[in-house]
Design a protein around this ligand. Structure first.
Ligand code: FA5
Length: 353
């Protein structure tokens, strides 16, 4: 073998060794390869024995190549040994170890509240319905006795959709209240009607008691002989079921175009227990007066019954629209004094439910 053949053989030996080593499956095979290539009678030493046939300058160069080959094979053996031992550790299973606790998600507090509200009303004979979030002007306003240009519309701070209008129902809006389901329900059913419509609503409002997107639940009852007593009884029943016996409700005279007479419904504040003051003596930041306005309500206006195809001479009805978030944040013990926190997706808050 001449010098250049010896050099080529050494290079091939190195490549062959590294390829085989990186393909090994266990420590035993690795040890066998170490002996085959680096052992006393191994392939590298066998080639090294030919060094005596070379002239001095070639001896020096071939010696360096031999050292380089040996250290490359050793390095490759080391890396592979480490990989094999790590793989073993990973595969090892201690069946006595306690299991890992993976975090479990749960329903959002508003979804929990909606389910609870629906259950309370379903138990007293209401049927849950859902009407469109993107609604025609006619159902949101006009059918509710608020014709085009009526100033009462301004109170609903509505988002309008940039889309072609309907020839009969007008513009498209993001529904600002669940009352838009009232006439839809009258079109769907003839009395007796007992509807609970729970849905998303949108308004251009945002502060501690308002969010841009929120939920309302709308109760609508229409039958022969329905009076304010039925309205008050239903609201009281809800307050006791949802909050417990300690919470009281009151109806304050108000005005809505679609009810006559109309009321604001207040529940006593569970944060300051109806006093309007914190224990520190400071004014309750959330209610300011001991009461929370949670709903609008009233006896369905004859014009609205007519828009729904119901004879106001024969039937009467009551309706109320309550904020889900607003009602929920009053739960005893919740002490949520900023309604916007519900929608900040902060796990520190959400995980408490
Ligand atoms: C109405 O929306 C009427 N449609 C209620 C009604 C229904 C009256 C049936 C008569 C008959 P009002 O704008 O007051 O009324 O809203 C009712 C409730 O929805 C409020 O008391 C509050 O609890 C909730 N609410 C209104 N706007 C927001 C908001 N931006 N964020 C959170 N909750 C809101």
């Amino acid at each position: 073998m001449n010098y250049s053949q010896m050099r080529e053989s050494l290079l091939n030996l190195k490549n062959e060794a590294i390829a085989l080593i990186s393909d090994t499956k266990g420590q035993k095979e690795l040890e066998r390869l170490r002996v085959v290539y680096l052992g006393r009678k191994g392939k590298v030493n066998k080639l090294a024995s030919g060094i005596k046939t070379l002239i001095d300058s070639q001896k020096k160069e071939f010696g360096l190549l031999l050292n380089d080959t040996k250290s490359a094979i050793q390095q490759s053996l080391k890396v592979e040994a480490k990989r094999i031992s790590e793989q073993r550790e990973g595969d090892w299973l201690d069946v006595t170890l306690p299991s890992k606790h993976l975090p479990l998600g749960h329903l959002h507090p508003v979804t929990l509240a909606i389910k609870e509200v629906a259950r309370i009303f379903e138990r007293i004979g209401f049927t849950r319905v859902r009407y469109p979030e993107v609604e025609w002007d006619w159902f949101a306003f006009e059918s509710l006795n608020m014709p085009q240009g009526h100033p009462a519309r301004d109170e609903w701070e509505t988002f309008f959709i940039d889309a072609p209008s309907h020839s009969k129902y007008g513009a498209l809006v993001l529904t600002p209240h669940t009352s838009s389901g009232q006439v839809r329900e009258m079109h769907r059913l003839k009395p007796p009607i007992r509807m609970i419509n729970i849905a998303k609503c949108y308004r251009r409002q945002q502060d501690v008691t308002h969010t841009i997107m929120f939920h309302q639940f709308e109760g609508l009852v229409i039958d022969v002989g329905i009076s304010i007593q039925h309205l008050k009884g239903t609201i009281d029943h809800f307050a006791k079921e949802f909050y417990g016996k300690g919470v009281t409700s009151r109806l304050r005279p108000s005005h809505f175009q679609f009810t006559e007479p109309s009321f604001e419904v207040d529940f006593s504040c569970t944060i300051c227990e109806g006093t309007g003051k914190r224990k520190t003596g400071k004014r309750c930041r959330y209610c300011k007066s001991g009461w929370h306005e949670v709903a609008g309500a009233g006896m369905v206006h004859p014009q609205v019954l007519k828009a729904g195809g119901i004879d106001p001479e024969e039937y009467t009805g009551f309706a109320f629209g309550m904020g889900v978030e607003r009602a929920y944040t009053l739960k005893p013990g919740l002490k949520l004094d900023d309604i916007r926190l519900i929608y900040q997706n902060d796990l520190r808050l959400l995980e408490q439910f």
